[in-house]
Structures are given as structure tokens and as C-alpha cells.
Design a protein around this ligand. Structure first.
Ligand SMILES: C[S@@+](CC[C@H](N)C(=O)[O-])C[C@H]1O[C@@H](n2cnc3c(N)ncnc32)[C@H](O)[C@@H]1O
Length: 240
């Protein structure tokens, strides 16, 4: 009789192997990450990230921490305002691509875990996480760490895929994520499960309303949700 082999659906796992699998996923797709982002969002992710950074209102005196920085889009946009930026990610391969893009070495990129950054309490005026919180093994733990390292008055901001409340739009959007986006992964990375992961992880993510509640529970004020394309993308905002 054959030994029992657990069925591996892909990169998503709702158990202790989650971080390890997510890291492997991003190490694998790093060379094509920026290209597929452009294709799957029709180039719109640049606009969403610019809006996200504008809401953070960065200035030259600020220190910003960009968690799950990946190849650095948000880190660079924050640095454009003269803000001192640290970009942190646990995928060395994603960081290597970020460093290649950082010709002027404006950003300090470092390897680390968003759930335990090692930075002191009350340290940053801005703490961002773009398309990162959904990937963490502990969403509340990630927000707790963001709150801990933010200065009083510091902005805590999350950009991620949202869950539209208008049912027909949600159906169309989830259908696109579930069936079309993996095709990009298959064609450009030879790895459909890597891009099926977006839909799988979103199903397990509390999204804009859950994150809003968690920010309130942490004691943030000025808590708000900014909705893009009928909540296909959302920005959660809170001030420590
Ligand atoms: C979808 S990418 C987002 C990259 C970038 N922020 C952007 O918007 O393009 C998610 C990133 O989160 C990183 N990541 C996931 N879990 C992490 C963790 N626990 N600690 C640090 N980085 C993590 C991955 O390595 C990956 O680079």
C-alpha cells in the first residue's frame, strides 16, 4: 500500500509551513515579479502605489519603514519625497532585485521578518505594508509590530487586494484572480500555482473591514478605508 502523501495544493498553507512556502514563492517569482504585476493590473498598480504613498504624506524629516518591500516600488516612491526609508523583506532574491533598481542607493534594504523586525519601539513616522499583510502567518501580529515601531502620531498603512461588497463585481473580480491570473504565472514563470496563490490567500484574509477593526483594536485613531475600483484594492489607514 502506498504511504499517505498530503496533497500540496500550491504555495498557500494555513499552518506552520506558511512563512516557508511564501518565502519560496517569492524567491521563485522574483525575476518576473515586476513584469507580471504590470500585466495582471494593466499597469494600474503604479497608480495605486502612488496614491498609497501620497496618503502617507512623507516629508524630508520622516523615517519610513516599508515592510514586505519586495522589489521596492513603495520604498522608492517614499524616498522620492526625501524621506529616509528602510525596506524590509524576508526574500533575499526580491531584495537583490530591489537593490539593482536602487541606482542612487536611496533606500536601506535589509532582510528580516515583518512579524519581528527588531526595530525599537516608537521609531518611524510612517510604517507601510503593500501586498504584504495578506502573506503573513499572523495578520494581527503584523499590525501589532507596525504599531509598536510607529512613533505616536505615526501613520500605519496597508495596501492590498480587497473584497468588493457588490456581489456581481466581487464575482467577476474573484473569477479573474482565480482563473486568469494563474495563466500569467503559467506563461511567464511556468508556475501557475504561484499566481493561484493570490486568490487562495485573499480567501483567508480579513481584507479591508477586518484590518480596519484590528487597527481600531490596537488603539489607532483617524482610522479609515480608502477604496479603489469598488474595493478591488483597498488602503487601510490609521494613526498611532
Ligand atoms: C506581493 S510582494 C509585495 C512587494 C511590494 N511591497 C510591492 O507592493 O510590490 C510580498 C512580499 O512580502 C514578502 N514577505 C512575505 N512575508 C514576509 C515576512 N513575514 N517578512 C518579511 N517579508 C515578507 C515577500 O518576500 C514578498 O517580497
Amino acid at each position: 500500500m502506498l504511504p499517505f502523501v498530503p496533497m500540496v495544493k500550491g504555495y498557500f498553507a494555513d499552518d506552520a509551513t506558511r512563512a516557508e512556502r511564501v518565502q519560496k514563492l517569492f524567491d521563485t517569482i522574483a525575476p518576473r515579479y515586476d513584469l507580471i504585476n504590470n500585466l495582471q493590473s494593466f499597469g494600474l498598480h503604479h497608480h495605486w502605489k502612488r496614491r498609497f504613498v501620497a496618503l502617507a504624506n512623507p516629508n524630508v524629516e520622516d523615517h519610513a519603514l516599508d515592510l514586505c518591500c519586495g522589489t521596492g516600488d513603495v520604498s522608492f516612491a517614499l524616498a522620492d519625497s526625501g524621506t529616509q526609508v528602510t525596506g524590509l523583506d524576508f526574500s533575499q532574491v526580491m531584495l537583490d532585485y530591489a537593490k539593482v533598481r536602487d541606482e542612487l542607493t536611496r533606500v536601506t534594504f535589509q532582510r528580516g521578518d515583518a512579524l519581528a523586525t527588531g526595530f525599537p519601539d516608537n521609531h518611524f513616522e510612517i510604517v507601510t505594508i503593500a501586498y504584504g499583510l495578506r502573506n503573513l502567518a499572523d495578520f494581527e501580529g503584523g499590525l501589532r509590530e507596525m504599531y509598536r515601531v510607529a512613533k505616536p502620531g505615526g501613520r500605519i498603512m496597508v495596501l492590498d487586494f480587497g473584497k468588493p461588497s457588490f456581489a456581481p463585481w466581487r464575482w467577476a473580480y474573484f473569477t479573474y484572480l482565480k482563473w486568469m491570473v494563474p495563466v500569467f504565472g503559467k506563461i511567464f514563470c511556468r508556475d501557475a500555482p504561484a499566481y493561484a496563490y493570490i486568490h487562495e490567500s485573499l480567501e483567508h484574509y480579513p481584507a479591508q473591514d477586518g484590518v480596519d477593526q484590528m487597527l481600531r483594536n490596537l488603539g489607532c485613531h483617524n482610522v479609515a478605508i480608502h477604496r479603489i475600483l469598488g474595493s478591488a484594492m483597498t488602503i487601510n489607514y490609521g494613526v498611532k
